[in-house]
Design a protein around this ligand. Structure first.
Ligand code: NG1
Ligand code: MG
Length: 520
């Protein structure tokens, strides 16, 4: 991750460069049309699909995503505004109307109005993190405004779809703003570090998986992303499947029901983050241990609990996060222990009063600590269900990595396919019953897929709609797609066009991460 963000002077970064050429030409044309002049460069960042490990990144457990070919590209050039500093934004998708952002004249950092759900809010997040980075790296520029620029954006990552369109936009925008302001060499590590927190400025308390995958993606590789002791992405090849079995294939299907995380954040995503933080403190108190306070909410994390529990309570060695066998064993143990750490009535859930009481806090102290930084809404806090999901899902990530790295597994392809499919299905069951982010549409897509050639199907990303990832072999792909189109898409959306279907059902491969593309 110490490597620099690469620059390409052609489209060889894509699997089929010729299929992207007209898209890049249109982007440049549109820039010339709108801004009368040529752009200076193109900043690009991809979306991602998470193979396994959802809703555990913010608990600092490792995940296994890959960057995909669907991405955001931004043509950027200087603007000659004389009366202030402006960012002129245009999108090739006309549903997103052009907007100009005026930067504060006093050189302060812009503030985002979270109530206005403008598409440019994500761009503003990038302006904030880019500005902070510039001042940190070049202290003598502190207080200086960012340069005025013109930007045309084109994105192919489905929005609201669990494929990280928001992270792709934030990463591409941050990279573009930095280059336009003279930063020619930024490391993958720095770009990840600063973009991980970008969406916090629109009120989303997200973990770091998406931005890290978008920055560090590699062709043909999945990424094992660790958050402890520090953010690190290690690429792994997907095992080769031996004949007569056919090669692996990943199919992504969008439910076409937007997850609308922005609007439902109070009841959905942020609440899960809070429940996990409370869960960590709850388990720590129960076991008489104190956790390091290193999360976004300045609380302990479930990973912190695992580490501290085995060292302080059990007097065992510290787990380094890479010893797969030991990690699986310890996570299995925690998953069993959790059954005895909660009473039957606690398993149903906690009211605010009950949770505060468990943590030895007054209701006001509890509210201040957990419920105010990011808004949440609930009837009962489902601490048992969420913590159980986290320990099991973290274990499934390690089991998958063990399958990927175990040479016996790739020699015995049919066993690998079977086992990996089972792990994905177990993940989906846990998402549905414990994390509770599945929907009827997600369940239906999984059901149809499994009956028609998918070896494993699960929600990928935040959930509550969005996308699913199915894993199969190339020979089964056509039948699988056909069944999904006939039995889901045409049934629920009778007027759906071929083009819409081609955006909703996509076969994808692991792709290159963020980069600069010089004028083409
Ligand atoms: P998506 O589906 O891309 O919005 C979200 C979080 C991730 C992670 C997943 C669930 C953001 C930007 N990202 O992803 O950090 O927690 O959900 O695994 O919200
Ligand atoms: Mg997102």
């Amino acid at each position: 991750m110490a490597d620099l963000i690469p620059t390409f002077s052609d489209l060889s970064l894509y699997d089929k460069p010729e299929s992207q050429a007209s898209r890049y030409q249109n982007l440049v044309h549109e820039y010339k049309d709108v801004f009368q002049g040529a752009p200076e460069f193109i900043a690009r960042a991809p979306g991602r699909v998470n193979l396994i490990g959802d809703h555990i990144d913010y608990c600092y457990f490792s995940v296994l995503p890959m960057a995909i070919e669907y991405d955001v590209i931004e043509a950027i050039g200087k603007s000659s505004d004389s009366k202030g500093h402006f960012i002129h934004l245009t999108n090739t998708d006309k549903r997103f109307t052009p907007e100009t952002i005026e930067l504060p004249k006093d050189g302060s950092i812009i503030v985002i109005d979270k109530e206005s759900h403008s598409w440019t809010n994500y761009y503003r997040c990038s302006l904030i993190v880019a500005q902070k980075y510039l001042w940190e790296r070049f202290p003598s520029t502190k207080g200086q405004c960012l340069k005025s620029i013109n930007v045309v954006i084109d994105g192919t990552v489905p929005t609201g779809g669990g494929l990280s369109s928001s992270a792709a936009l934030c990463v591409a925008s941050t990279l573009g703003v930095l280059k336009a302001n003279g930063v020619e060499n930024i490391t993958k590590k720095d770009l990840t570090r600063i973009t991980v927190v970008s969406e916090h400025y629109v009120g989303l308390n997200n973990g770091g998986m998406d931005q890290c995958a978008s920055v560090c993606g590699e062709k043909g590789k999945v990424l094992f992303i660790e958050f402890q002791p520090e953010l690190r992405a290690t690429p792994y090849s997907i095992p080769e499947i031996h004949p007569p079995l056919k090669p692996l294939s990943f199919l992504i299907t969008n439910t076409l029901v937007e997850s609308n995380k922005n609007e439902s954040a109070p009841v959905n995503y942020n609440l899960r983050v809070v429940e996990m933080a409370i869960g960590a403190e709850f388990l720590a108190r129960l076991n008489g241990i104190t956790l390091p306070k290193n999360s976004n909410l300045n609380t302990g994390t479930l990973r912190g609990f695992m580490d501290t529990y085995f060292v302080e309570k059990r007097h065992l060695s510290r787990w380094n996060g890479r010893d797969i066998r030991l990690g699986i064993q310890r996570l299995q143990e925690l998953s069993q222990k959790i059954e005895t750490w909660f009473t039957d009535s606690q398993k149903i859930g906690f009211t605010t009063e009950e949770a505060a009481d468990r943590l030895g806090l007054s209701k006001d102290e509890f509210t201040e600590k957990y419920l105010t930084t990011f808004p949440v809404k609930y009837e009962k806090l489902k601490i048992y269900q969420r913590t159980k999901h986290v320990f099991d899902e973290a274990r499934r990530v390690l089991e998958t990595l063990r399958l990927f790295t175990d040479s016996n597994a790739s020699e015995n392809s049919s066993n690998f396919l079977k086992r990996f499919g089972e792990i994905m299905d177990q993940s989906q069951l846990s998402l549905k019953t414990l994390l509770m982010n599945s929907t009827d549409e997600c369940d239906e897509l999984c059901r149809i897929a499994r009956k028609n050639g998918s070896l494993g199907s699960r929600i990928t990303g935040a959930g509550w709609g969005g996308s699913l990832v199915h894993f199969t072999t190339e020979d089964k792909l056509d039948g699988l797609i056909n069944a999904l189109v006939e039995q889901y898409y045409k049934k629920h959306f009778p007027n759906i066009t071929e083009e819409e279907i081609s955006h909703a059902v996509v076969v994808t491969k692991p792709a290159v991460g963020s980069c600069i593309v010089n004028q083409i």
